[in-house]
Design a protein around this ligand. Structure first.
Ligand SMILES: [Zn+2]
Length: 132
């Protein structure tokens, strides 16, 4: 059973460049732990105007938003085919989730939520003293 959600509001920042995203789709994915147990969940895939403009799969959606800025009732029929093409690709080529992806997401989250820390070791946490 495929459970796909397309988000157009309150979008996260791009995990690659930190810029705004155009659309976000949540697709089912699974990964196998080192002990062989399969973990099933959802992966959030964001479409970034900057990072995805050159990808043939996503360039149609990016071009749509360059021209139309947002999806309205009048532009829905123009948006649907390019968004469908992107979602079809995402669901048939689910992104592999790696440790590097996790590190990137953690770094992005920290950059957005902690402007005073410069701890790049990743082993600390929010418990250290922070003299101001
Ligand atoms: Zn980006």
């Amino acid at each position: 059973m495929t459970d796909i959600n397309v988000l157009v509001d309150e979008l996260p920042r791009c995990g690659r460049c930190g810029g705004p995203t155009l659309l976000v789709v949540r697709v089912p994915h699974s990964l196998r732990r080192p002990d062989g147990v399969a973990i099933h969940g959802h992966r959030t895939v964001a479409l970034c105007a900057r990072c995805d403009a050159e990808d043939p799969v996503t360039s149609g959606v990016v071009a749509f938003f360059v021209v139309h800025e947002s999806i309205t009732a009048d532009t829905l029929t123009a948006a649907a085919p390019v968004i469908r093409e992107w979602i079809d690709h995402v669901t048939t080529h689910p992104p592999a989730y790696t440790d590097a992806d996790l590190d990137d997401e953690i770094a992005t989250w920290r950059a957005e939520h902690d402007t005073s820390g410069d701890d790049a070791s990743g082993g600390g946490g929010p418990d250290g003293p922070d003299p101001s």
